[in-house]
Design a protein around this ligand. Structure first.
Ligand SMILES: Nc1nc2c(ncn2[C@@H]2O[C@H](COP(=O)(O)OP(=O)(O)OP(=O)(O)O)[C@@H](O)[C@H]2O)c(=O)[nH]1
Length: 526
């Protein structure tokens, strides 16, 4: 997985965690505390609506009572006369008082006269045949016998309508005497009433008249029974039955949405988004400070692996630990480089004498041979061997033998310091010198000087007839390249030089035998 992806997942994970923590705090600590207050507030909304509906019925009670104590009405109940109606109970008066139905009952609860604003309020719509009407809708016998004014009011289902009703006993104005009957006044509970209540309570609610046939599966409350909020919700409903227990209304209070605390408000979403953006912004410096050095390190390691080379990396990073890590890495690289150089030198140099070894000889001879074949200068190989070295070892010991070998090697090196010249340890006490020079004379001179250099070392050699350490030399020197030498590769040249060395040994040692290879002279015949 890429570090960037990992960081993104980490940021999202942290974000989720903080979101869950915030939700936990919200739901376990904050919400339970305000829940109680909120239930109380919503409960008050319901009470206000219920009281508003009950209050709207109040002036109907007053109106009915005025009629009830009207002494003339006592007489009218027993003797219904058109004159009285024309004078006192005319339609305009009911319309002005917003009354939809006015029903006059006698002592036997029989309808003797009525007013209706429309067909919906016809006397047939009154549920008079129902049991329990007396006492609930009309005065009971006990109330009438008591001879005192009595009042009943509330909601009443009238066909498809629900009305406020008010019923009062009709009796003399001094409040004593025989009860003549009762007046039932009704007013339609219309949407206009709902709007009025909404205006003064400032609470939105819906008043739905329940279908007559369909009884709700809910518990219904009486007109004046206050509903109760159990749980916080955006809206609460309850069913109301009329004075005779018939389901009438479904009231739904729509609470102010701002009252309900929610995680998903504009503010909380904006906060969540800003946390999201800030988390990502926080990743940018982290990426610059940590991911970038890691990327650079990765690129350096990649190059090292693919190209097989050792590389250092930049160390100027802001984070101390990262800078120290790269410094340590560079230190390891430097050590490895030194070690590698040492190993390389071992593979190309002779560990005892420090001069080039046979491997170097091969590389150098190959290159010199190639250049010579390209027509650049002359080429020569000199094979050298220390004379009577076995005896030297035997007389002075192997370690001193080593010292003598080193000295001979250094002496040869002092002579071969020019470009194109290389002294190598060929094996044991044998050396091979490659010369890529300008001409044969100079090359031969070089060989002679080397012979003399060794003599000049003046290393005492008891077992040698010369009494000092000497060398024998065999050289083969090729003039500039000619197709005639095409088959003579550098290996052949070494072999020829070795043959000359053999000759030098044969001819008494401490001398130089040279084979010159030049182009054959042309003979003119004639
Ligand atoms: N001290 C020492 N001796 C070596 C080393 N390499 C080879 N020798 C010795 O060189 C000697 C070579 O002996 P030979 O091949 O018999 O030749 P030589 O005694 O020099 O006789 P000529 O070459 O015929 O003059 C052997 O005794 C080897 O042990 C070395 O690295 N150190």
């Amino acid at each position: 997985m890429r570090l960037n992806h990992f960081l993104n997942i980490l940021a999202l994970g942290l974000l989720l965690l903080s979101f869950l923590t915030a939700s936990g705090i919200y739901y376990l600590i904050y919400l339970p505390r305000i829940e109680e207050q909120l239930i109380d507030r919503q409960d008050r909304d319901l009470q206000a609506v219920q009281k508003g509906i009950a209050y709207a019925q109040k002036n109907l009670d007053t109106l009915s009572y005025d009629y009830a104590i009207w002494d003339d009405m006592v007489h009218f109940v027993d003797n219904v006369s058109p004159e009285f109606v024309a004078k006192n109970l005319y339609d305009n008066a009911f319309e002005a008082a917003n009354i939809d139905g006015f029903y006059v009952f006698n002592r036997q609860n029989q309808l003797v006269w009525h007013y209706q604003s429309g067909a919906d309020f016809a006397m047939q719509q009154l549920p008079l045949v129902k049991a329990g009407v007396a006492g609930k809708l009309l005065p009971s016998k006990a109330e009438m016998d008591a001879g005192k004014p009595s009042v009943r009011s509330g909601l009443l289902r009238m066909g498809d309508r629900v009305v406020y009703f008010s019923n009062v006993t009709v009796m003399p104005s001094n409040g004593e005497g025989l009860v003549a009957g009762s007046l039932l006044t009704v007013r339609n509970v219309s949407q206009a009433i709902r709007e009025e209540i909404e205006q003064f309570s400032l609470i939105k609610f819906d008043l739905e008249v329940l279908p007559q046939s369909q009884a709700p599966g809910e518990i219904t409350l009486g007109f004046r029974e206050p509903p109760k909020v159990e749980k916080i919700a955006a809206e609460h409903s309850w069913y109301v039955h009329d004075a005779l227990g018939v389901p009438s209304f479904k009231i739904t209070v729509l609470h102010d949405r701002n009252q309900i605390p929610s995680m998903f408000t504009i503010e909380s979403i904006l906060m969540f988004l800003s946390v999201l953006v800030m988390s990502y912004i926080a990743i940018v410096p982290f990426s610059a400070l940590v991911v970038r050095p890691l990327r650079v390190a990765n690129a350096v390691l990649d190059k090292m692996a693919h190209r097989g080379i050792l590389l250092t990396m930049p160390t100027s990073w802001v984070i101390t630990e990262v800078a120290k890590l790269t410094e340590s890495f560079n230190l390891v690289v430097e050590k490895l480089q030194r070690h590698q150089n040492y190993l390389e030198s071992l593979s190309f140099n002779d560990p005892l004498t420090g001069i080039a070894n046979r491997r170097s000889l091969e590389v150098f001879a190959e290159r010199a041979d190639k250049q010579w074949r390209e027509g650049k200068g002359a080429i020569g190989f000199i094979m050298l061997d220390i004379d009577f070295f076995k005896h030297y070892n035997d007389t002075v010991g192997h370690q001193n033998g080593d010292q003598a070998l080193i000295k001979v090697a250094q002496a040869l090196m002092l002579e071969c310091r020019r470009r194109g010249e290389l002294v190598t340890r060929y094996g044991g006490e044998e050396f091979c010198v490659v010369i890529h020079g300008d001409n044969l004379a100079q090359m031969e001179l070089l060989a002679k000087r080397m012979l003399q250099r060794v003599r000049d070392l003046n290393i005492y050699h008891q077992a040698s007839p010369f009494e000092i350490v000497t060398v024998s030399m065999g050289a083969v020197l090729y003039d500039g390249y000619h197709p005639e030498f095409a088959n003579d590769d550098w290996q052949t040249m070494i072999k020829l030089a070795d043959e000359q060395l053999y000759k030098a040994k044969e001819s008494g040692r401490n001398n130089l035998q040279v084979l010159h290879r030049k182009v054959s002279p042309l003979f003119v015949v004639g």
